[in-house]
Design a protein around this ligand. Structure first.
Ligand SMILES: [Zn+2]
Length: 276
């Protein structure tokens, strides 16, 4: 998965520090990330001289800073913005074929969403300033404090008679199979969310719901929370405005996917490998 960078260690403890030469810059424009092209490959740019940069996190001894696109000096043509989505497939990033840099870029994308959406106070409209004691922006007029949004969403491996339920979203029938998934609504527990999403999308009633794993997914400001559950019945009633396909698969019929980047794909492969 994209967040599996061990033995490297992601350290997001808050530090109010200034960048120094060699620190790595994460800068985004319209969901695209700034990279530098050096003869035959791309790399994340290192800090040279920037007006203002905000420390985000460290990975081992590498320090990562966010730079607002509007604060950039004019860049020479060795710099360009590329699709951050392309980072999901690390093999596509020449020179960034490095799990650490790819994960840093996704975490930076999540922070970038926060920073660019918390420039002004949602209560009184005044310009917000960054906190010096935690990752937050504060309104100097009304003291409103804004933290990065992390939206919880569940994905559930539904099992019946030693088969797993796999789905494809409507309009995305050419992508890999997925699990039933969805965002948590106000007032429900994660387990209640699992039951509701399964019922809504497939008509199945679940029991024996167990937590399995989680994964931060910065592409959509999401925390994915994975569950395993059993269904009483196997009669699928497809929610056709959301899903294009849902069906039961035996372990031997599950498509082999090497090095899955997402939690859902990892869970599907774990089922195939009899890990649950
Ligand atoms: Zn305010």
């Amino acid at each position: 998965m994209i967040n599996e960078i061990a033995p490297a260690k992601y350290d997001n403890s808050f530090k109010d520090i200034e960048p120094r030469l060699g620190d790595i810059i994460l800068c985004y424009k319209d969901n695209r990330i700034l990279v530098r092209r050096t003869y035959d490959h791309l790399e994340l740019p290192a800090f040279i001289e920037i007006v203002e940069a905000r420390h985000l996190f460290d990975i081992d001894d590498k320090r990562f800073f966010h730079v607002d696109y509007n604060d950039l000096y004019t860049l020479d043509d060795s710099y360009e913005f590329i699709e951050t989505r392309a980072l999901r497939n690390v093999d596509d990033i020449h020179g960034l074929n490095d799990k650490i840099m790819s994960y840093a870029a996704v975490c930076g994308l999540h922070y970038n969403y926060f920073i660019t959406h918390a420039k002004y106070c949602g209560v009184c409209g005044d310009k917000m300033v960054r906190s010096r004691i935690e990752m937050a922006n504060i309104c100097p007029t009304c003291s409103n404090t804004k933290y990065p949004d992390i939206m919880p969403a569940i994905a559930v491996a539904i099992i019946n008679d030693d088969r797993i339920l796999l789905t494809k979203y409507k309009g995305r029938l050419n992508v890999n199979y997925a699990l039933v998934a969805g965002y948590c609504e106000v007032g429900e527990s994660l387990e209640e969310c699992v039951k509701r999403e399964a019922k809504e999308e497939t008509g199945l009633d679940l029991y024996d719901i167990k937590y399995y794993m989680s994964q931060p997914w910065g592409f959509s400001n999401t925390m994915m929370i994975g569950f395993i559950a059993k269904s009483y019945n196997d009669n699928i009633v497809l929610q056709e405005d959301e899903l294009g396909f849902a069906g039961w698969f035996k372990r031997e019929d599950v498509e082999v996917l090497d090095n899955p980047t997402s939690m859902s794909h990892k869970m599907i492969q774990d089922f195939r490998l009899k890990k649950f």
